[in-house]
Write a protein that binds this ligand. Sequence first.
Ligand code: GTP
Ligand code: MG
Length: 196
Amino acid sequence: MAVKFIKSVFTPEDLPSDGLPEIALFGRSNVGKSSLINTLADRKEIARTSSTPGKTQCLNYYLFDNFYLVDMPGYGYARASKTSRFQWIGLIERYFETRNELRAVGILIDARHIGLANDVVLMQWLAEQEHPWFIVLTKIDKVKQQDLAAHEKYLKQEFRQAQVVFKTSSKDGKGVRTLLHFIKERVADRLDATSG
Ligand SMILES: Nc1nc2c(ncn2[C@@H]2O[C@H](COP(=O)(O)OP(=O)(O)OP(=O)(O)O)[C@@H](O)[C@H]2O)c(=O)[nH]1
Ligand SMILES: [Mg+2]
């Protein structure tokens, strides 16, 4: 698949207006959003990754054939106060309400750190929304199989509204093809629904 970096978006006016469907990837700073996009794209350096958290401060748009993957700014870098958590939720709320192109939201969670406050707040909020969303565990190369299974079970029980829990590693590519397949189906679903 040919994948192209399109642009960094800093203000709502800069959002693409070509109507292509998009899938947004959210997650804490350093969770591996950019790395996952590189792995999905099968390109090493299309998305900028960093060991310094908080590098991606804008929306980065990547064109995958007929849809966009959007690398959202990471949250939870500074020890966030309750107030700033709510401000952050307010930001995505606006994006959610206004962005018709948004087909599904992926929440990335470091497979080693399950149940962190920011992630839970975000998922509880998503659970009350209409938008389809799914969970992507990242860095599974860093956890033991039995811990991974326990984390998956916890998430599935606690957040039943999530459509599916993916287990991925950008280091060895595990689970990434399955995730890409799912994303393509989500995009195609709605394309069918709107054209039919
Ligand atoms: N072992 C391992 N390391 C990973 C994996 N994915 C990402 N990393 C590392 O985690 C660090 C952060 O990765 P990024 O992809 O830059 O994270 P990000 O979520 O885009 O971070 P921000 O842009 O700051 O929000 C980098 O050092 C990556 O090499 C993985 O699957 N396995
Ligand atoms: Mg990033």
